[in-house]
Design a protein around this ligand. Structure first.
Ligand SMILES: [Zn+2]
Length: 503
């Protein structure tokens, strides 16, 4: 019998401390994901790219299932999703699934850390509405980002939640495929699987969550190992997104399987391993000038670029990608053969396009997010190259996605080039430099507005990687954020001080 499944996606990683909300226009543009798609377009446009929905649809088609695509919408991380946008997208997903006719299962591609202006638990609310629309018997499987802040409501409403195992997220499509395979098993079963959830009591800075390094590497290897016995059918660790101020923010372990004992034991074991790893979630970081000086020193004898992660303005974590602290440090330290990207400033891009290649423009560049300690960088730049910002990003993170950065330019000051763009996206693909004529491999220093995702495409060309802390809206350590609503007792960083609500 041919199985018939409904599929939809709605992704947002919300930094409740970030400067700008996610509006409908941000979902339509798709910043860094694919643009908004409905119906058959979801299948056509996602084909072959590194997204959960792409892997799930590919798996479903291989199984000969009938796929009923509703919509897919994702926006770049930012402050909470505007209520109107949330309700419009969630409403359309729920209606589309309810009106799809008889379904054997539902696959949802979600992030897990979405907060809307009027709802803390974006995914939990959506999942419970989907559950209400289709009734208790139709299985719902969800692919989620490992940065998901998994809630009790999500755990309750979904039959299975399957998380990424890599950061940089090179397994988004693979995770969709795994979640679809889980859905296939659930559709054959009269009863749902047993499930277990455990919460960890400390927040993990995203820069130290990288899965190519310990302790994350070993912890994710453990999730794979837990599924080997066949009793535990799915094991996920969500290291969480530590910039969403609500009580369920933080790392979570979720396991599913055929035996209640095995599922509970696996959840306990993984929880205990993550707890034991707490001291190991740590690393070295630099102030901007010190970081640039260190990079220049290494570059003197290096054969490859030294890469600086401008982690606190990572647009993949809610930054506006327009802070200027690292640019200021590059100029002040006299860095040579350096490039920085992507700096989001549509006005500057427009001015560069109006002036033309080869022209000089005097600008107040970036610095508009209102971050304390940050300001526009005023200087005279040479417009080295213009671009319409349409680029294919073939590296392992974007996985061939068509990016639309809007009018873009390479602006040069001294021997420093800045990639200026009109839409925000994380510098996680070398093509975003090449788009404006900068060969990243030939630079001595690259400053990427990204925390970890850039490693997927830049590790192979990096001499070394330094993490710098220029002023930005996503602090390296969550402990410095002005938390108000976390659950009491959770440590604000590994081995850090426990949160207590203000009296
Ligand atoms: Zn993520």
């Amino acid at each position: 019998m041919t199985r018939r499944i409904g599929v939809a996606g709605f992704l947002h990683e919300t930094n409740t401390f970030a400067p700008s909300p996610a509006r409908m226009g941000d979902f339509i543009q798709g910043g860094g994901y694919m643009p908004f798609a409905r119906g058959a377009d979801v299948i056509v446009r996602s084909r072959g790219i590194n997204l959960g929905i792409a892997g799930a649809i590919a798996y479903a088609q291989e199984q000969g299932w009938e796929v009923v695509p509703v919509l897919w919408a994702g926006a770049i991380p930012s402050a909470p999703v505007e209520a109107a946008a949330y309700e419009a997208i969630a409403g359309e997903i729920v209606a589309g699934i309810r009106d799809a006719g008889p379904l054997d299962g539902v696959f949802l591609d979600l992030h897990g850390a979405m907060v809307a202006e009027h709802e803390d638990d974006g995914e939990g609310v959506l999942l419970s509405r989907v559950r209400e629309a289709i009734g208790p018997r139709v299985p719902v499987a969800v692919a989620l980002d490992l940065h998901g802040n998994i809630t009790a409501r999500m755990f309750e409403a979904a039959d299975a939640m399957v998380g990424f195992r890599t950061y940089p997220h090179i397994d988004m499509a693979d995770t969709g495929r795994r979640a679809a395979a889980v859905l296939g098993e659930l559709m054959e079963r009269p009863q749902p699987w047993f499930k277990a959830i455990r919460r960890l009591d400390y927040l993990i800075p995203i820069a130290w969550q990288c899965t190519s390094e310990e302790p994350a590497k070993g912890l994710y290897a453990r999730t794979v190992a837990q599924e080997r016995d066949g009793q535990v059918t799915s094991s996920s660790l969500f290291t969480g997104f530590p910039a969403a101020d609500f009580p369920e923010c933080g790392p979570v372990v979720v396991t599913y399987g055929r035996s209640e004992t095995a599922v509970e034991a696996a959840a306990d074991a993984l929880h205990d391993a993550v707890l034991a790893a707490e001291p190991a979630f740590a690393g070295t970081s630099y102030e901007p000038d010190a970081g640039v000086r260190a990079a220049m020193e290494i570059a003197r004898t290096a054969t490859r670029p030294v890469i600086i992660a401008d982690t606190q303005d990572n647009p993949g974590a809610g930054g506006d990608s327009d802070t200027t602290g690292m640019l200021r440090a590059l100029v002040a330290c006299g860095a040579r053969a350096a490039a920085l990207g992507c700096l989001f400033d549509p006005e500057a891009a427009k001015a560069a396009h109006a002036a033309g290649e080869g022209a000089q423009v005097t600008l107040a560049l970036g610095g508009r997010s209102g971050v304390p300690g940050d300001a526009p960088f005023v200087g005279t730049f040479t417009v080295e190259r213009l671009s319409d910002g349409n680029v294919v990003a073939p590296g392992p993170y974007y996985g061939g996605a068509h990016m639309r950065m809007g009018p873009s330019a390479a602006l040069r000051i001294d021997d420093i080039r800045v990639v200026v763009v009109s839409h925000k996206a994380q510098m996680a693909d070398r093509a975003l430099y090449r788009m404006v004529g900068i060969e990243p491999e030939r630079q001595a220093i690259l400053v990427n507005k990204s925390s970890v995702h850039f490693r997927a495409d830049f590790d192979p060309i990096a001499e070394t990687i330094l993490v710098c802390t220029a002023p930005g809206p996503m602090p390296l350590s969550p402990a410095v954020l002005a938390w108000k609503r976390l659950r009491p007792g959770i440590r604000l960083e590994p081995l850090g001080r426990p949160f207590s609500p203000a009296a």
